[in-house]
Design a protein around this ligand. Structure first.
Ligand code: MG
Length: 379
């Protein structure tokens, strides 16, 4: 069977994602990752609706729910092979090489440019754990991220509520974008001019493009809590501008029941849409705003709009991070790093297997920056 990688786009949601056509309609995971195109070319575009129509919230019952459950499995690959590196890891890694192995090439590409770091939280800085309220990052990771932030402008971009992810990270010097970028706080004006700060403005800027959805998100959160309480292990999290239904601790036999429950709530809310991550269903407003837009907003607010001397690096582990990876490709600046032990079709250019490797990579960036500053001061 011929496999063809494509970029699919949904004009309503603004979501773009790379998939391989030969896989099932609801899966973005490749079966022949060695045929992936080179990071910067070879894609064609088709309508996402044609491929993912079975994930519509409304419509017929059984078949649609089966598609949901199939997609839930596809987005949660660890249940297939628990934490082991898959057999085809070797071939996949050729096309998405380790950012650690390619460190020197990455540094060479950033020469003369300002590196700006964007970091997802769950699964990137912290391990994925059963209880989402206990997804703590290690002290060693916190120290490393603090050092990174001293060397480069650094932002956390998470699906979590902004206050919650701040409480996990606890580093005031970072920029934070919560709720998949729908809640951004830029603490103060940067040394560069920014269209979001007026002259002599020394206040933090809040950007919340989905604020009109707050009442409906609260309402849906309450309904989802009520509706899913009969499903053991289901955890509903209010992320302020979006809601997460975690099914990490739900028996796979109950996934269909959970999908029914979620759909029965969402079908009453046509202005909300569903996306999926690692053992989580994400409910969010239909506005055209995602982590990619958040990345662009943060670059602009940092004063790097229309700059050619910026080198953004985005590290993330999930489907929602693909919007940011793709944004970097479209801009032709910097690159994405996917955190995954499993082969996935991705717009990232490099890979790291787990948060420990992310920490190693960040530490190497810090070491390189310090060395280059020392060498520069000697000249
Ligand atoms: Mg994540």
């Amino acid at each position: 069977m011929t496999q063809q990688s494509v970029v699919v786009s949904d004009p309503n949601s603004g979501i773009n994602m790379a998939i391989t056509v030969a896989v099932t309609t609801s899966s973005i995971f490749t079966t022949a990752a060695q045929k992936l195109p080179a990071p910067h070319g070879g894609y064609i575009s088709i309508s996402r609706k044609k491929l993912l129509k079975n994930l519509d919230i409304n419509g017929l019952g059984g078949a649609r729910i089966n598609a949901w459950v199939e997609s839930m499995r596809a987005s949660s690959p660890t249940h297939v092979k628990s934490n082991s590196i898959p057999d085809d890891h070797g071939s996949w890694i050729v096309h998405r090489p380790s950012a650690l192995d390619m460190f020197q090439q990455i540094i060479d590409a950033s020469k003369g440019k300002q590196i700006v770091m964007f970091l997802d939280y769950d699964g990137t800085l912290s391990p994925i754990v059963d209880d989402p309220d206990r997804a703590f990052m290690s002290d060693a990771m916190r120290k490393t991220v603090r050092k990174v932030a001293r060397c480069f402008p650094t932002a956390i971009v998470s699906g979590r509520c902004r206050e919650k992810v701040y409480n996990f990270v606890r580093l005031a010097e970072l920029y934070y974008a919560g709720s998949h970028g729908m809640d951004i706080k830029v603490p103060k004006p940067t040394r560069r001019s920014s269209k979001y700060h007026k002259a002599n403005d020394n206040h933090a800027v809040l950007f919340q493009p989905a604020s009109e959805f707050l009442p409906v998100i609260d309402e849906v959160y309450q309904q989802l809590v009520e509706k899913t309480k009969s499903t053991p292990g289901a955890i509903v999290e209010n992320n302020r501008f979006c809601v997460s239904v975690h099914f990490r601790c739900v028996d796979e036999k109950k996934w269909s029941e959970l999908a029914h429950q979620v759909r029965s709530v969402l079908k009453e809310y046509p202005k909300l849409r569903l996306s999926q991550g690692r053992k989580v269903l994400e409910i969010r407003p239909t506005i055209k705003w995602d982590k990619g837009n958040a990345l662009e907003f943060l670059l602009e607010s940092l004063g790097f709009a229309n700059c050619t001397d910026v080198f953004p690096v985005y590290i993330g582990d999930d489907r929602t991070d693909e919007d940011a990876f793709k944004k970097l490709r479209d801009r032709g600046q910097g690159f994405g790093i996917l955190v995954s032990k499993f082969p996935k079709d991705t717009s990232a250019s490099y890979s790291l297997q787990e948060p420990d490797e992310v920490m190693d990579f960040l530490q190497r960036l810090v070491d390189w920056k310090r060395l280059s500053l020392r060498a520069h001061s000697r000249v």
